[in-house]
Design a protein around this ligand. Structure first.
Ligand code: ATP
Ligand code: MG
Length: 654
């Protein structure tokens, strides 16, 4: 991993000037779940604030302690409390008389649908929990989950949580090797998978990858297989078990035992944008408290009337916290969609919003930029008037994409919440509140109530407003990772060693004149040009603000005269044609928006960018290309042929 030191007098250049502002809609503000008072309350007594939020949950044994930070950086939250996560996400809603409320509107890619109420979810989770017990899974055993986006994925996670068996969900698109190393690292004894799932209009097999993966995982006793596609599936007698066969014969009753607040809930490997994935460990009480609180606060969820839809995959932390644990603990009604946004047509998402009357939509900048590229006319064909809050997560959102999202999806009405967080933080940390914050396109803006974040320079001094540096979290928070699975030392080294007593997020950020936070990209990606630290995000956003550009990725390549030179890879919008004139125009455009220092030395138009499976741009691979090196580890790349395509386009280095 490459790391650039930001010297204190040369902190990230504050180049981008974004002056558009959007006030919260008056009606939303008047009825908002969380008002500006929350910031004050949390500031007055942060721990009391979180103890209060913990009361959102149903505890079998109420905690009397809030935070134990006596052995930093190993935190314990609500340590003497006991609760069951699945009970909180399912049973308690049924007990409160809400059993008929829809929990999940499932939309399969081929168009098949299922409606699952909380009462039905309760039955399914109970049967699945009993099935796990029959298969010999005990409290504390790890279970790997490798599934398509179908309701059974959520049921499997909840069943694990119910019996206290930490799950490790591995994204269903990963290779056998990637799954195998994650199963081994977590030492899982059961794998839950499916015969296949539907993607891009066809049934894609999943089980063969597991068959291959478990060959090098002797500790795996059983493979539990959901039948989704009905395709031909190889079978190992004695090891493989059909989900429908084993769950059918189970009792629909299962009494949820309470687990200690610090009992492990799940391990999740980071998406691997910057290097080798880390097994992030989350525990029970603090995690659920913050997932639940933030889902209620940031999306202003009204469970009686809202229809919520998060388009993430369950294999990422967003799917954990904002499809399963946050929404279900809040009794939300949500949409779950199995497939891709362009199957069978590029309006599929908007058709789903219209069909279910989705009111809250949570998606990623990569998707928004793709929709921009496809054209404004596609969402315009659908009735999107039900939408009232839009969310973004995963990468910095370019201001132009933000404004497009608000205009073309949100009808110019909806607040946008740009939510900054990580696998490690477990839940949203920095975000506007839709009924409170006057939003700024491209900025995540303010730490949530109860969260302490700031920007520091190399010497750990907080930077003044108007300057950039490193994003740090200065106080522990309930849903923080507890460690890296099996590697406490790596946990300390990665997050707690760069700045004494502060969590180092690995992201560059700046504070604007109002003290609001703007994320500037990975510290590993920061460019050093003629002695100035320049943010990849800002140059990319400048490129995307040109009407011909849909998407851009920028890297710093070693340069004899300037130290590093800016090399940009751009994807043009629908009809735009690649030409020397356009490239020259784009270079001038960046110079005009950000200043001559940020003018890219080279611009290459490409048709795709290398992205992780979760849709994040992998700049380190582009840097390898720009520096004429062999490209590094591509195992977490969504499409490995992309790099060959890009390299074939590349003229010899000047
Ligand atoms: P790895 O840590 O293995 O390199 P990763 O960081 O991509 O993988 P995640 O935990 O999925 O894995 O991603 C968290 C990162 O995503 C953050 O550190 C940040 O760089 C980026 N990110 C997420 N949301 C936002 C946002 N709203 N604005 C800016 N950046 C964001
Ligand atoms: Mg990360």
């Amino acid at each position: 991993m490459r790391s650039v030191a930001l010297s204190s007098n040369e902190s990230l250049a504050n180049l981008l000037k974004e002056e558009r502002r959007f006030a919260p809609p008056a009606a939303l503000a008047a009825a908002a779940n969380v008002t500006a008072d929350a910031y004050g309350e949390a500031k007055a007594d942060r721990l009391a604030f979180w103890a209060e939020q913990a009361r959102r949950l149903n505890w079998a044994k109420e905690p009397t302690e809030t935070l134990d930070w006596s052995n930093p950086p190993f935190a314990k939250w609500f340590a003497d409390g006991e609760l069951n996560v699945a009970y909180n996400c399912v049973d308690r809603h049924v007990e409160a008389g809400l059993g008929d409320r829809v929990a999940i509107h499932f939309e399969g890619e081929p168009g098949d649908t299922r409606t699952i109420t909380y009462a039905q979810l309760h039955e399914e989770v109970s049967r699945a929990a009993n099935a796990l017990l029959e298969l010999g899974v005990a409290k504390g055993d790890r279970v790997a989950i490798y599934m398509p986006m179908i309701p059974e994925a959520a049921v499997a996670m909840l069943a694990c949580a119910r019996i206290g068996a930490p799950h490790s969900v591995v994204f269903g698109g990963f290779s056998a090797d990637a799954v195998s190393s994650r199963i081994q690292d977590a030492d899982a004894k059961l794998v839950i998978t499916a015969d296949g799932g539907y993607r891009r209009g066809k049934a894609t097999a999943l089980k063969p990858a597991i068959d291959e993966a478990v060959q090098s995982c002797p500790q795996v006793e059983h493979v539990l297989v959901v039948r989704r596609t009905g395709q031909e599936t190889a079978w190992t007698e004695g090891r493989d078990v059909w989900w429908h066969e084993i769950t059918e014969r189970q009792s629909a009753e299962h009494t949820a035992e309470a687990h200690a607040a610090e009992h492990p809930l799940f391990i999740l490997y980071t998406s691997g944008t910057t290097g080798k994935p880390k097994g992030i460990l989350h525990t029970t009480g603090g995690y659920l408290t913050q997932a639940s609180y933030t889902h209620n606060a940031v999306f202003d969820l009204k469970p009686e009337t809202d229809v919520y839809w998060c388009t993430a995959d369950i294999g990422w932390v967003t799917g954990h916290s904002y499809i399963v644990y946050g929404p279900l603990s809040n009794g939300a009604t949500q949409v779950m969609y199995e497939g891709t946004p362009d199957t069978p047509h590029q309006g599929r998402f908007w058709e789903i919003v219209q069909k279910y009357g989705v009111t809250i939509l949570y998606t990623a900048p990569t998707a928004i930029r793709t929709f921009m590229k496809w054209g404004d006319d596609i969402p315009a064909k659908f009735d999107l008037s039900s939408l009232r809050v839009l969310g973004s997560v995963g990468e910095p959102i370019n201001p132009e994409a933000w404004v497009w999202y608000r205009e073309h999806i949100g009808g110019g009405r909806t607040p946008i919440v740009d939510t900054w967080w990580q696998t490690e933080t477990g839940a949203i940390m920095i975000s506007p509140l839709p009924g409170v914050t006057e939003t700024k396109p491209g900025s995540a803006q303010v730490p949530l109530p109860g969260i302490a974040a700031t920007v520091v320079d190399d010497e750990a001094h907080e930077v003044p407003n108007g300057s950039g540096g490193y994003l740090v979290l200065t106080e522990p928070w309930p849903s923080m990772l507890r460690t890296i699975w099996g590697d406490d030392q790596r946990y300390i080294d990665t997050y707690w060693s760069r700045f004494e007593g502060r969590y180092f997020a690995g992201d560059g950020a700046k504070k604007d004149e109002d003290g609001d936070i703007w994320l500037l990209g990975r510290v590993d990606d920061v460019m050093l040009v003629s002695g100035h630290n320049i943010s990849t995000t800002e140059v990319e956003s400048a490129l995307v603000s040109h009407p011909q550009v849909a998407e851009a990725a920028v890297v710093g390549a070693t340069d004899a005269t300037t130290g590093q030179a800016i090399v940009a890879f751009v994807i043009l919008r629908g009809t735009a044609q690649d030409s020397d004139e356009l490239t020259a125009e784009l270079r001038d455009h960046v110079a005009k928006v950000l200043g001559p220092i940020a003018k890219p030395k080279r611009i290459l138009t490409v048709s795709e960018l290398p992205k992780t499976r979760s849709g994040k741009i992998m700049r380190r691979l582009l840097r390898d290309v720009a520096e004429n090196r062999e490209v590094g580890d591509v195992t977490t790349l969504a499409d490995t042929t992309v790099m060959d395509l890009i390299q074939s386009k590349l003229p010899a280095a000047p």
